[in-house]
Design a protein around this ligand. Structure first.
Ligand SMILES: *[C@@H]1O[C@H](CO)[C@@H](O)[C@H](O)[C@H]1NC(C)=O
Ligand SMILES: *[C@@H]1O[C@H](CO)[C@@H](O)[C@H](O)[C@H]1NC(C)=O
Ligand SMILES: *[C@@H]1O[C@H](CO)[C@@H](O)[C@H](O)[C@H]1NC(C)=O
Ligand SMILES: *[C@@H]1O[C@H](CO)[C@@H](O)[C@H](O)[C@H]1NC(C)=O
Ligand SMILES: *[C@@H]1O[C@H](CO)[C@@H](O)[C@H](O)[C@H]1NC(C)=O
Ligand SMILES: *[C@@H]1O[C@H](CO)[C@@H](O)[C@H](O)[C@H]1NC(C)=O
Length: 529
């Protein structure tokens, strides 16, 4: 009977899906790993923020029940649920370094899936998952969701989608269609509470609406009737900065990547789109792309200054996130690309292309991360999947971001692999459940990466009595005490060096109300030294 109830809850994507006894409130996505990680994947955890691309309807639920930033291991095991840390709607979740400290950051705010816009702020957390900074755009503008990228010790680039009225009749608009999105990026100092603005660039000063790939009519990128329907002729979705102080922009709706002079804002070159500075070699052509990045480190030893290497995520598709509008396709699949540019011959050559295992083609979102060991992590945006490749394109790992019935699916804007050390300020969660065969103690510590062993104690009497210990191998750890009831328990988190990181609060025995999971059995060993 009880089993039946659990199964029914699961099939309805109920919030309490009983992945964890110690945290029954958490319902993280269950990764659907179709190609398990091989031994040569890069080290580190997966950083993602899966969400449902559009609201549930009365008849259809889809996407994860708790859309939030998450850190996972390669086997799908949870490290950290950011649900409750980041609220409303969060995206572009990453780890980074700010003034030498390891931090997490994510956009959080409002999401407008119909237009692919988001308004809110970037929140930076420290290694204890405490908020240390909330950053908004400068100059009385609203931060957009697409980019937050730390480009030096203490500066980051962010974006703004600023609707402005203009005469758009030269581009086929009627007189009522007046609104266009001015795509802005800002280079901002992080340490100052007000966010000192160091550099600001606006697309309408440098890029004519002539370069738009999606015209104002029929309105796939907005029709310009009002400020929230502004024609998004450029749709900036990434900004990078190089050592010379110049910027690299991805303009999705112009199907081009622009290099921008960091002194005067002029355009140094354009790659692809209607006015490419380069002739494109085989496989270079991209469209509706995301996440363009400079890679000076990939240049060969004898490459001159006229060689530049960049990466990007090539969607080759455009459409609304619920997949119910007309889609535009320019290639059979999406892909990750590494492109070599020569600014003497003005040629662009595809160095590597990374193509999806299941012919995925994502109409929105996506990222391509080049990892330190040469592997490449491609995140398939609206297709809700992620793949790791070795440098020459062999697939080493593939996962979808949720399991079970997904309706039109789960989406994830960007996906990354990072090393991360988390020592939560949050208390560990511990429960002691009494069942027919004794007491089972369950324990988890959301975001902890350091505990290697949990050591359990009976504190029912005045003298603390050692009960046993269990290796911490996944999010939740359990210990079964056979044949007896333990009224009050505590546990200690022990790190790799044997140091006690934290003692839990005391948990009082409760009756177990659901079928027991298998736990580690108490071994009758003496207390460890
Ligand atoms: C803005 O224009 C769009 C497209 O015509 C329309 O659907 C929407 O209702 C308008 N919004 C407001 C606030 O007038
Ligand atoms: C950038 O602009 C400055 C000022 O106009 C100019 O001196 C410099 O040569 C430009 N750099 C590039 C790479 O074009
Ligand atoms: C760049 O192009 C120039 C002119 O064709 C050529 O001399 C040079 O070797 C090229 N550089 C590389 C790295 O291919
Ligand atoms: C691919 O690269 C790996 C090293 O990353 C190498 O061992 C392997 O031989 C390469 N395979 C091909 C087909 O080039
Ligand atoms: C995992 O993904 C594959 C490929 O899309 C799908 O066929 C399968 O049903 C999924 N499995 C689960 C448990 O969701
Ligand atoms: C994680 O750290 C290891 C050891 O230093 C390093 O080899 C690896 O490249 C790092 N992974 C990432 C994603 O940076």
């Amino acid at each position: 009977m009880k089993l039946y109830i659990v199964a029914a809850l699961l099939s309805q994507h109920a919030v309490a899906d009983w992945q964890f006894k110690s945290r029954p409130d958490l319902a993280p996505p269950r990764l659907n790993i179709t190609i398990p990680a091989s031994s040569n994947v890069e080290q580190g955890y997966l950083f993602v923020a899966p969400f449902a691309g559009f609201p549930d309807t009365a008849t259809e639920q889809h996407g994860p029940r708790q859309a939030a930033p998450y850190i996972f291991r390669d086997n799908g095991d949870l490290i950290w649920s950011g649900y409750g840390y980041y609220s409303i709607w969060a995206t572009n979740f990453q780890a980074g370094k700010w003034n030498g400290e390891d931090v997490l950051f994510s956009f959080e705010g409002d999401h407008n899936p119909g237009y692919g816009h988001g308004h809110g702020h970037t929140t930076i957390l420290d290694q204890h998952y405490e908020t240390i900074r909330e950053l908004r755009a400068g100059n009385h503008k609203l931060t957009d969701k697409h980019e937050f990228h730390i480009v030096s010790d203490d500066t980051a680039v962010i974006q703004v989608y600023q609707p402005v009225p203009r005469d758009l009749t030269p581009w086929g608009a009627s007189e009522e269609q007046q609104w266009i999105v001015n795509a802005i990026f800002q280079d901002i100092e992080l340490s100052i509470t007000s966010g000192k603005l160091l550099f600001e660039w606006a697309s309408l000063d440098h890029v004519s609406p002539d370069e738009a790939i999606l015209p104002i009519n029929p309105g796939q990128a907005g029709s310009g009737y009002n400020s929230s329907d502004a024609w998004d002729y450029f749709h900036i979705n990434s900004v990078d900065k190089n050592g010379d102080g110049d910027y690299l922009l991805s303009a999705r709706d112009a199907c081009s990547v622009h290099k921008v002079n960091g002194t005067d804002g002029s355009i140094i070159w354009r790659l692809d789109g209607k006015r490419s500075s380069f002739s494109l070699g085989k496989g270079v052509k991209f469209c509706f792309q995301h996440h363009a990045r400079f890679h000076p480190g990939l240049k060969a030893k004898d490459d001159e200054d006229d060689v530049e290497i960049i990466s990007l995520y090539d969607n080759s598709a455009h459409g609304s996130e619920d997949g119910r509008n007309n889609e535009v396709h320019t290639a059979p699949t999406s892909s990750g690309k590494i492109i070599k540019l020569n600014t003497t011959s003005w040629t662009a050559e595809l160095q590597h292309g990374y193509y999806p295992p299941d012919n995925l083609r994502s109409k929105s979102q996506g990222s391509t991360q080049l990892l330190p060991n040469g592997n490449v992590l491609v995140n398939w945006g609206s297709s809700g999947a992620l793949t790791e490749y070795d440098a020459n394109g062999t697939v080493l790992f593939h996962t979808y971001f949720d399991s079970g019935y997904l309706g039109l699916g789960v989406e994830n804007y960007r996906g990354f692999r990072y090393n991360w050390t988390g020592i939560p300020n949050e208390e560990p969660a511990i429960v002691a459940l009494e069942n027919k065969i004794g007491t089972t103690i369950y324990l988890s510590w959301n975001g902890d990466t350091e505990t290697k062993t949990w050591r359990f104690f009976d504190v029912s009497r005045s003298k603390k009595k050692y009960l046993g210990e269990a290796q911490r191998t996944s999010f939740e750890t359990s210990l079964h005490v056979a044949g007896k009831s333990v009224a009050h328990v505590v546990a200690e988190a022990i790190d790799a060096k044997g140091k006690i990181l934290r003692e839990t609060g005391s948990a009082s025995l409760q009756p177990e109300t659901l079928p027991a999971k298998a736990g580690a059995t108490l071994s009758c060993s003496s207390p460890p030294q």
